[in-house]
Design a protein around this ligand. Structure first.
Ligand SMILES: [Fe+2]
Length: 251
């Protein structure tokens, strides 16, 4: 073997080692990096960024998050947001709910400041996230603990002091169930805790359409049936709404 042949052979060997090496590297990437890039929090942030840039519609955002939540084990989410720590010393109000901000742990591919607001909402039995509609907002809700009576309504139109709404969902939301609202789908929601305590994880997108968000508390018990599947319900200020709907009384 002359020197040139030796070099050629060496190069071939090196090349195949490099090739094999890169194949392993590829495998390593496939086995280790990919699942992290697929982390639910990264996907969630992606959906929210896409909604912010109007790459997807609000109803697509609602569908994507709902699908995502169906694919993840609830325990994985509870661990990631450190739910046990979040609810230590949680103060449950007598009327309505209390909230606590959620901080995601550091994760490659996840910006430190997410484009969405993330909070847990907690309440005692019979307390409510009082009935309300939204403008220029989208939010998604996952039941982390307990069980809730969940009602949704479509926002058909707004009058000066009323909202015209149409019932869409009336169910018992169980552990791991999720729901969402937007201007386009299931705009009004109302949760009442059915268990000793109940918690939701909320992903909230504010000020969509480059407009400030608005929340309208609704007096659903004062509904007027318009006999076309819709109801006219008065808009209430938050004090009156909390007093009337913050705590369910059983007779
Ligand atoms: Fe809401």
């Amino acid at each position: 073997m002359n020197r040139r042949e030796f070099n050629k052979g060496l190069l071939a060997t090196v090349t195949s080692f490099a090739l094999i090496d890169s194949l392993f590297a590829y495998n390593a990437f496939g086995n280790n990096i990919k699942p992290i890039a697929n982390h639910w929090a990264i996907k969630l942030n992606e959906f929210c960024s896409d909604l912010r840039t109007e790459t997807i519609t609000t109803t697509q955002w609602q569908e994507q998050i709902s699908q995502l939540y169906k694919e993840i084990e609830l325990t994985e989410i509870l661990k990631f947001i450190d739910f046990d720590h979040l609810i230590k010393g949680f103060v449950y109000p007598d009327l309505g709910v209390n909230t606590k901000s959620v901080k995601f742990p550091k994760l490659a591919g996840l910006p430190e400041k997410t484009t969405f607001v993330k909070k847990i909402f907690g309440m005692r039995k019979d307390r409510a996230i009082i009935p309300h509609g939204h403008s220029n907002m989208a939010s998604a809700h996952l039941i982390l603990k307990g069980e809730m009576h969940l009602r949704h309504y479509e926002k058909i139109r707004q009058e000066e002091k009323n909202l015209i709404i149409k019932p869409t969902i009336d169910k018992i939301a169980k552990l791991g169930d999720n729901s969402s609202i937007s201007d386009d789908k299931d705009n009004v929601h109302w949760f009442v805790a059915n268990t000793e305590t109940a918690f939701t994880f909320d992903v909230i997108m504010l000020d969509l359409n480059n407009k400030p968000y608005v929340i309208h508390n609704l007096d659903i018990y004062e509904k007027q049936d318009l006999y076309d599947g819709t109801l006219r319900v008065p808009i209430l200020n938050v004090e009156k709404a909390l007093k009337k709907y913050g705590k369910e009384t059983h007779h």
